[in-house]
Design a protein around this ligand. Structure first.
Ligand code: AKG
Ligand code: FE2
Length: 355
């Protein structure tokens, strides 16, 4: 073979981080090491008490239309873009069922896990999507769960993990739809209007495995980013923190409330609300001794939906002017996927008026 053949070879798969750590726990390849700016950011932590100020919302009251709880939702989305959600009605056994299956899956040998490897140029399956930037200290399994016709069953794990995903995601469908209904109310619409604006509510899920790292202050489990959909609901280990959110210029660690979910506003809610609700930059740090697994469920509109600030939200804004231009959701995703994960550059670069 001529030396040119390398030019035509597909991108080599990115390393499996869990395997890196297994083969040598004291090795951190250059491609994972953050630059000085990122590192100095580590020091930019908030005073610890702030972490307990992240709002908590009672889902059961919210879904009954309780005015006070709806007010809390409005405030939380405005001031934090993040909240913890209790009384969500998802049984502990269902949450535990998914956690147990995922733990077993990540313990399998790499060849087994790679049976459902993410194909090159795809985003579903086990592995990493290709990015041209400092690498994250994590591996993940990404699946589109709803609508069902989008499922790529060839990259779904086998039973019983598969069933656990199905059971959990059915519950999360109910939660997500109900939360979107509450968002519709706080955005001044009737309860089903926002769901209708989605045309269909697309629900992907990402299960991330963050191995321990012997130099936790040199790597990041997940680079700072904002989520690109409407909302996200995260389940995490009660005893291994790692998620941090940017609040008033500082990184605030989210201290997991046992059994609660962490909910966040995504870019599309920021655009629909004309910036009233904030899609907040967040990241994940690793720790020296414990692996962490997190389970993110996202809710997105159909890719043909044209997203723009809602009239009544523009009217509430200073000068009654829209801050974002109209963008087709599929185009928004395409444009932001090309960008590096660097904070929330995408909302500002792709959709902000004047950019
Ligand atoms: O692992 C976490 O806590 C956060 C995951 C996350 O932000 C994401 O998947 O977008
Ligand atoms: Fe995220």
């Amino acid at each position: 073979m001529g030396s040119n053949s390398a030019l035509y070879a597909p991108c080599p798969p990115l390393p499996n981080v869990q395997e890196l750590v297994r083969s040598d726990p004291f090795q951190v390849p250059e491609r994972y090491i953050r630059n000085e700016k990122d590192i100095s950011n580590y020091a930019d932590l908030c005073p610890p008490q702030l972490s307990s100020e992240v709002p908590t919302i009672n889902f059961s009251l919210l879904s009954k239309g309780n005015k006070e709880e709806l007010n809390k939702l409005d405030q939380a989305c405005k001031e934090w873009g993040f909240f913890q959600m209790v009384n969500h009605g998802v049984e502990i056994e269902i949450m535990k069922g998914l956690k147990d299956s995922a733990q077993k899956f990540f313990k399998l040998p790499l060849e087994e896990k790679n049976r459902i490897a993410m194909p090159p140029n795809d985003i579903q399956g086990y592995g990493h999507s290709h990015v041209d930037q400092i690498l994250d200290w994590s591996d993940k399994l990404v699946l589109v769960v709803y609508p069902q016709q989008y499922r790529k069953l060839e990259v779904w794990p086998p039973t019983p993990f598969k069933e656990a995903i199905e059971t959990y995601s059915t519950e999360l469908r109910r939660l997500g739809e109900d939360l979107v209904r509450s968002m519709s109310l706080v955005m001044g619409m009737e309860k089903d209007a926002l769901l209708r604006l989605h045309q269909e509510l697309v629900q992907p899920m990402s299960v991330a495995y963050y191995p321990p790292c012997f130099m936790p202050d040199k790597v990041l489990g997940l680079s700072p980013h904002s989520d690109k959909g409407t909302l996200g609901i995260l389940m995490q280990e009660d005893d291994v923190p790692g998620l941090q959110i940017k609040h008033e210029g500082k990184w605030v660690p989210i201290k997991p409330l046992p059994g609660a979910f962490v909910v966040n506003v995504g870019d599309i809610t920021e655009i629909w609300s004309n910036g009233k609700y904030k899609s907040i930059e967040h990241r994940v740090i690793t720790n020296e001794s414990k692996a962490r697994i997190s389970y993110s469920t996202f809710y997105l509109p159909h890719q043909n939906v044209e997203i723009e600030p809602l009239d009544q939200m523009v009217l509430q804004s200073p000068g009654s002017l829209p801050v974002y231009k109209k963008v087709k959701y599929g185009d928004y995703l395409k444009q932001t996927q090309k960008m590096k994960k660097e904070g929330k550059a995408h909302v500002t670069e792709v959709a902000k008026i004047g950019s």
